[in-house]
Design a protein around this ligand. Sequence first.
Ligand SMILES: C[S@@+](CC[C@H](N)C(=O)[O-])C[C@H]1O[C@@H](n2cnc3c(N)ncnc32)[C@H](O)[C@@H]1O
Length: 233
Amino acid sequence: MKLSARLAMVAELVREGVTVADVGTDHAYLPAFLVSSGKCPAAIGSDVRDGPLMNAAATLAVYHVTDTVRLLESDGLDAYAPDDADDFVFAGMGGTLIVELLERTSWICDREKRFIFQPMSHGELVRAFLLQKGFRILDERACFDECRPYVAFSAAWEPEYRPRYRKSYIWMGELPNHLNEAASYYLTKQYVYLKQRADALESASLLPDEVRVIREILPDLEPYIRKKHKGES
Ligand SMILES: C[S@@+](CC[C@H](N)C(=O)[O-])C[C@H]1O[C@@H](n2cnc3c(N)ncnc32)[C@H](O)[C@@H]1O
């Protein structure tokens, strides 16, 4: 079984030998891969809707993993018991939804658990939520899949780990430590978005405090942006 580059990057962040839960599993490609490859002995694939769970059941049958992957109808983590899994994946969802689902789950602050995120948008909201709750981002990667850049990161609850995070951290995560072409592309997109927002707010004389924060963040992103955005050929 071969995963897309995006899901393969997510699969790498799951710990070996654990029970993994894939929240919003749709076709259940990720849990099917993790058990059929032997990386995980058991998995759960959950989704809020019936249609995706039917897709998931078909995938499990094709890859002969119906015994090792359990399907669960669940809105976010609502139908899970805390001990159902060790690693919880949220892939292919927007950052706003991911934060909503985490916010209403009381048991996420557990240092034994690992959470893996691949937000399709607003990764900064997920990172900000994690830091505020006492999580540490352990690893973060980027890849291209069909020419689009994606990021994924893993986090664990480690409230005693309290470095002085710079304001730019939620926009960059751990990507500066794992730079590749896709990471640089992603960081460039963040830079362009923030710069355009600050310029627009400034010319409309709006939200001066936000403009000041963005102007503080931009120099941290500059070393990682792609050359053509620095005016070089
Ligand atoms: C774009 S698909 C991503 C599928 C897969 N995780 C991936 O990354 O390829 C998003 C899935 O999340 C599911 N979803 C949306 N909101 C959800 C929620 N509140 N709880 C669980 N699943 C949800 C959707 O039904 C859909 O199957």
